[in-house]
Design a protein around this ligand. Structure first.
Ligand SMILES: [Fe+2]
Length: 225
C-alpha cells in the first residue's frame, strides 16, 4: 500500500457572506458610479489606482466591512491561531469592475499580510480566480508543472500535486481569503454582465509584543518621524 502525505498546502478560505439583495445592489450602483469604463482595454477597472482606495471609510460600506472583518477572524481562528493576541487592520480597500473580455493579470500584494476577494456581483463564467505558486514544492524539474506540459501529455493527472496554477470558481456573495503574498489572477469575464469584486489588504499585528522578536508590535507603540 502506498499513499501521499501532503505537506504545506496553501489553504484558501471561502465563505458566503449574508447580504440582502437591496444592500448588494446599492453597493453595486455605488461602485459603478466610481468606475470609468475602459472598453478597449484587456485589464479590468481597478479602484485602488483610480483614487478609490479606502472603501472602508465610506459609510455605505460599513456593514459589509463588519461582515468581512468577522470572516477574516473566522479564517485565522480556523487556521488555528489565537485571535485574542492579534489586532487586525484594513490598510487599503477597493473595488474592481471587469467588463466582457476583461481580466486581472497575475500579481501579489506584497505590502500586507492578508488579502481577500469578495464577489459582490458575479455570474457563472464571469471570471473566476487563479492561484499560482512560483515554486511548487513537488515540481522536481523547472517548468514541469505548467499548463503546456499538461497539453503535451507529460502531466497525466492534472491537479494540486502537479500544477503550479489552480482555478477556483467563486459564487456571487462569496469571499475568498488568502495570504497577501499568494500570486493570483483572474480569468476573463466571458459574459456581458460586469463582474464586481471588492478587495482589501489587511495588516495583522500583535496586541502585546513583550517577549516577541517577530510580528509587528501594536501600532499604538510606533513613532512617526
Ligand atoms: Fe489582488
Amino acid at each position: 500500500m502506498s499513499e501521499f502525505i501532503d505537506l504545506f498546502a496553501l489553504s484558501v478560505y471561502r465563505q458566503k457572506l449574508k447580504l440582502d439583495a437591496g444592500y448588494q445592489s446599492q453597493l453595486c450602483n455605488r461602485i459603478l458610479e466610481m468606475e470609468r469604463p475602459q472598453p478597449d482595454q484587456e485589464s479590468a477597472w481597478l479602484g485602488d489606482t483610480a483614487g478609490f482606495e479606502f472603501l472602508f471609510r465610506e459609510p455605505e460600506f460599513e456593514a459589509l466591512f463588519t461582515s468581512i472583518g468577522d470572516a477574516i477572524r473566522g479564517y485565522t481562528e480556523a487556521l488555528g491561531l489565537n485571535n485574542d493576541r492579534l489586532a487586525f487592520y484594513f490598510q487599503r480597500s477597493w473595488a474592481t469592475v471587469s467588463r466582457e473580455g476583461q481580466r486581472i493579470f497575475e500579481h501579489a500584494h506584497q505590502q500586507s499580510h492578508l488579502s481577500f476577494a469578495f464577489y459582490l456581483k458575479k455570474s457563472l463564467d464571469g471570471g473566476g480566480i487563479y492561484f499560482s505558486v512560483a515554486e511548487h514544492p513537488n515540481e522536481f524539474a523547472a517548468g514541469l508543472f505548467t499548463l503546456s506540459k499538461e497539453e503535451l501529455q507529460i502531466i497525466k493527472r492534472p491537479g494540486e500535486r502537479t500544477l503550479n496554477r489552480i482555478y477556483v470558481e467563486p459564487e456571487q456573495g462569496e469571499i475568498l481569503i488568502f495570504p497577501s503574498k499568494t500570486l493570483h489572477s483572474t480569468a476573463p469575464n466571458m459574459t456581458t454582465e460586469p463582474r464586481i469584486s471588492i478587495s482589501a489588504d489587511i495588516v495583522v499585528t500583535l496586541k502585546e509584543s513583550s517577549g516577541h522578536e517577530t510580528l509587528m508590535p501594536a501600532i499604538e507603540n510606533w513613532q512617526r518621524f
